[in-house]
Ligand binder design. Sequence first.
Ligand code: ADP
Length: 338
Amino acid sequence: MVSVTVLGSSGGIGQPLSLLLKLDPQVSSLRLYDLKLSHGNATDLSHIDTNSSAAGFNTAEIALALKGSQLVIIPAGIPRKPGMSRDDLFKINAKIIKSLTVQIAEHAPDARILVISNPVNSLVPIVYETLQSVGKFQPGKVMGITTLDIIRSHTFLVDILGRTAYSVDKLKDAVTVVGGHSGETIIPIFTDQKYYRRLRDTRTYESYVHRVQFGGDEVVKAKDGSGSATLSMAWAGYSFAKKLLNSLHLNTAGDQHPIPTFVYLPGLPGGKELQKKLNTSVEFFSAPVKLEKGIVVAVEHDWVDKLNEDEKKLIAKCLPILENNIKKGLSFSKDTKL
Ligand code: ADP
């Protein structure tokens, strides 16, 4: 059984994410932390008849929210507004993430950390730098959540192929997403080339790639000024957390199917090989990983050998952007004293 802390639990993502975690039989203790409403939401959730406990913590209680937690999930921050790119959010969310990481380093240094707050491409490097500076960074335990891009890549493929002929489940092995978690750094890659050829033949490939890369904008526009993806993001965050919980709970006998997440490559088995195959010094990248006991134990790189020419071009475009996003995070983190 696992103790889970949600930092930023009262937001648009945090609330449905907390509900999903309360329903999970592998969670024993759910701790909700936010600047507001954490006690209220915890009391609300605590009436649900599942086996986990739910407790709320305010800013004066962050140490208690974290102590003994095995999994810390962070959706805290401010949401993206229309006309705001993920990078615009950077300065505000960067400071929030840095200060929360300082608390994690002190009160839950062994926890797995899942970063949902955006921009993931820059915030994960901040978590890395902050932990590294106090000698607490464990490469297998810091993950940026890119699962929403993967979920969109499945859904949007079904949208093109037709819901009557194709179930989403059937297409889950057809395509995945690597790279980063913002615009052109998001790269759908076809693990089943049959579907790639189908999109090429029907001239839908380019619009498909664009929709996967900028799917978040559809939600921002449709919500008309009141926020970005929250419900689908909560589901995505939970789906990844569920994979992690399974691997933690079932040890190595769990689901071995690799799932992409944004990690620090040089610190992980397979990471340097991936950098070499991609011919890049970029240190953070979302690639399929293997999880054991809730920890990333290997980064997959075989997929690079199977890339088609379009995907190679997308990667070439992604890498310099990603490199800048990472640099931005690292220099912010080094230069910012809290
Ligand atoms: P989103 O749609 O991304 O969930 P919201 O603004 O709805 O965005 O939610 C973000 C949540 O993060 C809010 O509940 C906010 O109070 C919370 N938050 C902001 N800063 C912090 C912080 N430093 N610590 C904890 N929670 C925070």
